[in-house]
Design a protein around this ligand. Sequence first.
Ligand code: 2RA
Length: 342
Amino acid sequence: ETYTVAILGATGAVGTELLELLQERRFPIKSLKLLASARSAGKHLSFRGQPVTVEALSQSALEDVDIVLASAGASVSREWAEVAIAAGAVVIDNSSAFRMDSDVPLIVPEVNPEVAANHRGLIANPNCTTILMSLALWPLHQVQPIRRVVVATYQSASGAGARAMAEVKEQAAAMLADQPPPTEIFPYPLAFNLFPHNSPLTEQGYCQEEMKMVNETRKIFNQPDLRVTATCIRVPVLRAHSEAVNLEFDTPFEPERARSILAQAPGVKLLEDWQANYFPMPFEASGQDDVLVGRIRQDLSHPCGLELWLSGDQIRKGAALNAVQIAELLVAKRWLATAVAA
Ligand code: 2RA
């Protein structure tokens, strides 16, 4: 069976990766629609060697679509997801618009695939930092429940979009030429600098990006009492996020045991060479499907603590690959028909 698929936000960093992955993974496509803002309409992209013209998003463009992969921002998803669902599509939304809605499954296929069966036409893709962290934490949590997570993130420019990736390069060039760095996308220079993620702050002093990790991890793990705290930092890296994670369990978790579990974990590549002092780096994580995990060690400050480090491609597994894997899951399990429609 083949499907009509629409990519919403086809010309963005994630949209471009979605197109690449649908080809690379030979997703069973009958026809492909590339939808974007009127500004991008008319551009020609290529799919399976054939040119595909980008169309402006419209009600008619969403007719007769089986699956919408949406990555055009929360406001576009809020405006158009229901339209697509009413026209019969299942929407896999990469934006933050619906992630915490109780009737919207929030899915990492390696963690909670079964929850996707309950969708009512809309499935949310978690935030990139949450996806990457959950791949490393879930296999450990299955063996010994995690009680507390303390995470510091080192987030690439790609999380702010394709133009942000271009700007950090322009900033570096400007600064090397002793010129003022452009700051149109980022509020401050990111090249040779770093700053706390500049998403809006909540009254508790956490930014929205940090609260996404707290709330989404609890939902995906189905553990509302899981204690999570996060500090999210934007760093001058192009397209892979890294995260320093401290875990607390009820009883000690041997690093060797964690290492052997993660060596078999789906979507994870254990990468550590202690003799060579060689561990995951965003430079190597970029372009890979797997999240690189390493530097697993006993927390010296707590007998039931464990430390680990990870790097993962923000555009790929952090967004586009996870969304395509959700689509593959729905097709494989024949879960495309919504509970509502059935
Ligand atoms: C960021 N995770 O990195 C957010 C949005 N992709 O800025």
